[in-house]
Design a protein around this ligand. Structure first.
Ligand code: FAD
Length: 317
């Protein structure tokens, strides 16, 4: 990898690069166009996505062996690569791991840390929203930068299957870990991929009960989508925590988001306002969710959802 280039850390699951990491790659390509620098990608642990990394725009792919995610080890690896290649900007997806690593690597390399970037200005500064979306600020780093990219903001880069890039296996000496993840217990057999979903049907407190919440599941299944939820629906035990959308849940950007019985609190909206098309169903015509909705339906969810479900079934037939 060329010195002072741009480096993107690609997180992957089962050999598939996460969508938010591809968005970080897109941000890196935009920065490369501005700066004339090359883009390297690094895969840690599973290197099977190396060819895909090239197809999505990496000029060079670095791979480093590792056994499972350990924050200290991954921090060591990214810090070593940033120092080895004098990286000017390290980009990561704004995932839980991405944000943790960004702060650590920035501190270790003396870089400016910019989290949750949503767009880039023509001068290469980063724009992000803060305080649950009530304020937008433009931030640039003096010197080197470590930037995390928010899901649903930069879009995926074009896939060019014929594109190839050199792959280099890097080694980074292991140092003693100060903290070790001993065990990770998966709470459920169901895995929820809200971030990559094209359709999300989300339910809130207005669904009223676990039984009514089944209507959300039914519509989501019929549309081939994924179930999302506001925090109260989770706190009431109608749906599991990994369905939560919002400031303390997942940031999503599906093509279609159907919000059922959700008021539109800032902490929820900040997680779904990047959706392509928003439909809101609420019995209160003054509910703030209608301010971000493309289509608003004023009515009772227990009456509207069965009608929608019947309509979708009829059209499918
Ligand atoms: C630090 C912090 C972080 C937070 N993070 C999140 C987060 O990540 N995600 C999140 O969602 N919230 C989060 N919250 C909570 C957030 O502030 C709101 O309390 C929450 O989003 C409200 O959820 P809701 O819209 O389901 O419920 P409510 O605000 O109670 O709204 C229910 C809505 O349903 C409507 N309704 C009621 N009955 C019906 C019916 N029969 N038919 C149609 N409509 C009906 C009502 O008119 C109302 O608008 C956070 C709060 C804090 C302080």
């Amino acid at each position: 990898m060329e010195n002072q280039g741009i480096l993107v850390y690609l997180e992957s699951t089962d050999g598939q690069i996460l969508k938010v990491s591809l968005e970080a790659m897109n941000a890196a390509r935009k920065l490369a166009q501005l700066s004339g620098k090359k883009v390297g990608a690094v895969l840690i642990g599973d290197a099977s996505a190396a060819a895909a990394a090239a197809s999505y725009g990496a000029d060079e792919v670095l791979t480093v062996a590792a056994h499972g995610y350990q924050p200290d080890r991954y921090t060591d690896i990214l810090t070593a690569l940033c120092e080895r290649y004098d990286v000017s900007c390290l980009l990561l997806g704004s995932t839980r791991d991405g944000k943790e690593l960004a702060a650590r690597v920035a501190a270790r390399t003396g870089s400016g840390c910019i989290s949750d970037a949503m767009s880039m200005t023509e001068s290469g500064a980063w724009v992000r929203s803060v305080y649950g979306g009530s304020l937008q600020e433009t931030v640039s780093a003096k010197g080197k930068a470590v930037v995390t990219v928010r899901s649903g903001t930069f879009g995926k880069p074009e896939l060019d299957e014929g594109r190839t890039a050199p792959v280099t296996a890097e080694t980074v000496d292991a140092t003693p870990l100060r903290s070790v993840i001993k065990d990770a217990v998966q709470e459920l057999s169901e895995s929820v991929n809200l971030e990559d979903a094209e359709i999300i049907v989300a339910g809130g407190r207005g669904m009223g009960s676990a039984e009514n919440f089944q209507l959300v599941h039914e519509l989501a299944t019929l549309l081939g989508g994924v179930v999302g939820a506001s925090r109260p629906a989770i706190e009431d035990g109608w749906v599991l925590r990994n369905h939560q959308v919002g400031q303390s849940g997942k940031i999503v950007a599906p093509k279609l988001y159907i919000a059922c019985g959700i008021s539109g609190a800032m902490q929820h909206v900040s997680g779904m306002s990047g959706s392509g098309f928003i439909v809101a169903i609420n019995k209160d015509e003054d509910a703030p969710i209608f301010e971000v909705a493309d289509v608003g339906i004023v009515g009772n969810v227990t009456e509207i959802l069965p009608l929608l479900i019947e309509e979708v079934k009829a059209r499918k037939n």
